[in-house]
Design a protein around this ligand. Structure first.
Ligand code: MLT
Length: 407
């Protein structure tokens, strides 16, 4: 008799954004005359930058020509892109990352979800709350937790992120082995200072732990004092893996390209106490289960680093940050306490009521989709996340509708 992975039965029936899509779908089917404006899932709306489109066209032409056609590429990504990442995203900011420490992939969601495979099932987890649900759910699937009791899984050390700590959790007193951090944060939009990241790196070094640093929204940081990468912190090469994505900097949510950095100096240990480089393990996993990102897509991603690409992607992120400012100001004027939106495309709004109830109210009365905070964890209750990813026209319309619905 074939049996299931029973860890899946510990999960909520559906993934947060699938659940929201289902509710919005049902609402739209019942009310086809009032389409909803989506400020829920962080999905971009603006077209790819022209520099990326030009590169995509040119690479497509290469694929049409026998002399330049490409079949399987290197699983870890083409050298041209790995070199650009190492030079532009790291060397330019004073970080020492080698091109072969960069693994190109089809998304940070996949990488954040898959990375846990290279760690033992009995490692001690520390995960912020609220948090991008992929970190928790994939560890539940892998059997690293017990049951969900009162909205929290047994076996996870939750790092509460609330207004009391400015949504940046301090290092805990208890030891942990695998720590998830995300800055700029999804969902709160909070950023971590250098001193806060230094404390986390020191904690990880003390505990021989690994930090999984999700920095998918780093291109939204405008405060020059805020680190964009964990590798800007001395010693982080020995304790951290970093995830980055082209989705939110250049509109690649549908095009799919991201990367994960695994420094060769980063070690983890077997039961007998022997050290193993995680780079070799991730390389083994990646080459076994992944066949590389399409060549034209990698060429389009490489165009992000050209002079035109840099200015076009800056304009794109500035545009979404302009939306974020409008949202934060409007929600503030309605009397809600808000954070985020200045160095991140998300605004975290304290609505002071059940977050699914507020979601339903916004959907039915304003035809606006937001994300209920409780979907990100227990500490998210009483909040909603509003995404700045939409056209200016839709954001303005949504804000007017929200104000009218709450009047
Ligand atoms: C979000 O809305 O949290 C993100 O868009 C989800 C993702 O990037 O997978």
């Amino acid at each position: 008799m074939i049996r299931i992975n029973e860890n899946y039965t510990k999960l909520k029936a559906s993934y947060l954004f699938a659940d929201i899509a289902k509710r919005v779908g049902a609402y739209t089917a019942a009310n086809p005359q009032s389409p909803a404006i989506r400020l829920g899932i962080g999905d971009v709306t603006e077209p790819l930058p022209p520099a990326c489109i030009d590169a995509l066209h040119a690479a497509t032409d290469e694929m049409a020509n026998r002399a330049t056609f490409k079949g399987y590429g290197p699983e870890q990504g083409y050298g041209f892109l790995r070199e650009l990442v190492a030079a532009s995203d790291y060397a330019e900011r004073g970080c020492r990352i080698e091109p072969d420490e960069v693994f190109i992939s089809d998304g940070s969601k996949c990488d954040c979800g898959n990375i846990q495979e290279i760690f033992a099932t009995d490692v001690r987890l520390a995960i912020p709350d609220p948090v991008y649900p992929v970190y928790v759910d994939t560890n539940v699937m892998a059997g690293r937790t017990g049951a969900n009791v009162d909205g929290r899984y047994e076996g996870i050390l939750y790092l509460d992120s609330t207004s009391r700590n400015g949504y940046v959790p301090a290092v805990p007193d208890a030891p942990a082995d695998l720590i998830y951090l995300c800055f700029p944060n999804n969902p709160t939009g909070a950023v971590a200072t250098r001193a806060q990241l230094e404390a986390w790196v020191a904690y990880a070094r003390r505990n021989k732990a690994v930090i999984l640093f999700d920095s998918a929204y780093e291109s939204y940081i405008r405060d020059p004092g805020i680190p964009r990468s964990i590798y800007e912190i001395e010693g982080a090469r020995d304790v951290a893996i970093e995830f980055r994505s082209f989705s939110k900097i250049a509109g690649f949510t549908g095009t799919r390209c991201a990367y994960t950095v695994v420094p060769k100096t980063l070690m983890a240990w077997d039961r007998a106490g022997n050290a193993h480089p995680l780079h070799a393990l991730w390389n083994r996993r990646h080459t076994t289960k992944f066949n590389g990102v399409a060549y034209p897509i990698q060429r389009a991603a490489a165009a992000v680093y050209s002079a035109e690409g840099r200015s076009q992607t800056r304009a794109l992120t500035d545009f979404y940050l302009g939306n974020a400012r409008l949202i934060r100001d409007a929600m503030g004027k309605l009397g809600f306490a808000c954070v985020g939106g200045d160095n991140a495309p998300y605004i975290w709004v304290n609505v002071g009521t059940d977050s699914w109830q507020f979601f339903d109210q916004m959907l039915s009365k304003a035809q606006v989709v937001v994300t209920p905070g409780s979907g990100f964890g227990k500490c998210g209750e009483g909040h909603v996340r509003i995404s700045a990813f939409n056209s200016r026209e839709n954001v303005e319309k949504a804000l007017a509708r929200i104000a009218a619905a709450l009047a």
